[in-house]
Design a protein around this ligand. Structure first.
Ligand code: NAD
Ligand code: MG
Length: 401
């Protein structure tokens, strides 16, 4: 006879040391921690102290740092614990391939694509925060999850809201998807004002506390652009069915409009743990210790049309969707390079969109992807071209100074 104890769900958190990763571990803790779950693997990058502490606290089987150079540090931090250690790309793949039913994809950027794909291909349920997977690999990624047999459950707050507002047997009656956007810290700023801002100023989001890339992406609205493309692939809608509305309070997380004029929305305080908890216990809801909305205190919800002149990323995302093929991958890769150049002070805030646009326009003849290799090739070429565009910007700024 086997023991009567129910089998614990096995989870892996790719990107456990980040903003989504730490929120995920908090949700896991709230839902019973080690009594309810087994952690197959946790992964991070440079923050070895936190990664080792997480691995120890959760009793993870495997801890992986993306950074090869940190392997020995991680190994000594975990000496004597019995926790296995790995590093680099192969280590990330090893983490993704560990037998776990549910994998949180919370690595930032395209670095998350290969490990998330590996988890999808072996049939894990994918809780997807790492939107860059969908922006870059689009339908190929969706197909990989379907072929693996797992579910794709969105964690991005907007997409979780849409997922929660979609009535499964009424897909034919979906007219539009309305993504809400806070507008970020520069919602009311002119382009002249934005031109000179530093990363320190741009990262200060009014409502959400998040990792650096997505915070800068909220200020430039590149994040919303990526989310438009993410929505297209997740919900299989036409670009013309995707709207963005600026909603500064970030209370309505997004909405679905139906052919009968009804609009179904999901609301909540801006706290990623609600979307993470939903992805973990889907299709059931659970009890979470997060703030509750107080409508009388809120008093009002505001809305405005987005401004594609001050925030060209929205226009670029629409162009990428209309052009189709690998333009999402190209836009995403160029933006990632431009983001790194901006935070290291090499280019200005507005240069990021210019660089993405130049690279997209220079790569309109790239054929649609037949395989993931094509995605990685377009990503690589877009990065190289974006690096050139960064150098051109620096040269021009130097000449003007
Ligand atoms: P973050 O920067 O806080 O954390 C990123 C994680 O990825 C960390 O664990 C880091 O160690 C790891 N990492 C960084 N570079 C890596 C590399 N080269 N290889 C492997 N791992 C690497 O980011 P975040 O804000 O938690 O965002 C993670 C993902 O979730 C992003 O795709 C973001 O767009 C998405 N997302 C985040 C939020 C949020 O509230 N933070 C909301 C919605 C969606
Ligand atoms: Mg979002």
């Amino acid at each position: 006879m086997t023991s009567g104890a129910p089998e614990k769900r096995r989870l892996t958190i790719l990107g456990s040391t980040g903003s989504i990763g730490t929120n995920t571990l908090d949700v896991i803790d709230q839902l019973g921690g080690r009594d309810a779950f087994e952690i197959a693997a946790v992964t991070g990058n440079g923050n070895i102290g936190l990664l080792a502490a997480q691995a120890t606290a959760t009793g993870a089987e495997l801890a992986v740092t993306a950074s090869e150079g940190q392997y020995e540090n991680l190994k000594s931090a975990l000496a004597g614990t019995g926790i296995e250690v790995a590093a680099g790309r192969s280590g990330l793949i090893e983490a993704a391939e560990r037998d776990a039913d549910w994998v949180m994809a919370a690595i930032v950027g395209t670095a998350g694509l290969a490990p998330t794909l590996a988890a999808a291909r072996r049939g894990a349920d994918i809780a997807l925060a790492n939107k860059e997977c969908l922006v870059s690999a689009g339908d190929l990624f969706v197909r990989a999850v379907a072929e693996g047999g797992g579910r794709l459950i969105p964690v991005d707050s907007e997409h979780s809201a849409i997922f929660q507002s979609l009535e499964d047997d009424q897909r034919h009656a979906v007219e539009r998807i309305v993504l809400t956007a806070s507008g970020g810290p520069f919602r009311t700023w002119s382009r002249e004002q934005m031109a000179g801002v530093t990363a320190e100023v741009a990262r200060a989001h009014p409502n959400w506390s998040m990792g650096l890339k997505i915070s800068i992406g909220s200020a430039s609205m590149f994040n919303k652009g990526l989310e438009m493309i993410e929505a297209k692939h997740l919900f299989d809608v036409a670009p013309s069915q995707i709207e963005v509305v600026v909603h500064p309070q970030s209370i309505i997380h997004s909405m679905v409009g139906y052919t009968d004029g009804s609009v179904i929305a999901q609301l909540g305080c801006p706290d990623m743990r609600t979307a993470i908890g939903y992805a973990l216990t889907y299709p059931m809801r659970t009890k979470l210790n997060v703030d509750r909305l107080d409508f009388a205190k809120l008093a009002r919800l505001d809305f405005e049309a987005p401004d594609e002149v001050r925030f060209p990323a929205l226009r670029l995302a629409r162009t990428a969707m209309e052009r189709g093929g690998l333009q999402g991958a190209i836009m995403n890769a160029a933006e990632e390079v431009a983001f790194h150049a901006f935070v290291s002070g090499r280019i200005g805030f507005l240069d990021m969109a210019d660089i993405a646009e130049v690279v997209m326009d220079r790569m309109t003849d790239v054929a649609p992807a037949a395989s993931m290799d094509d995605v990685f090739a377009a990503d690589g070429e877009a990065r190289a071209r974006a690096a050139e565009a960064v150098a051109e910007k620096e040269k021009a700024a130097g000449a003007a100074a």
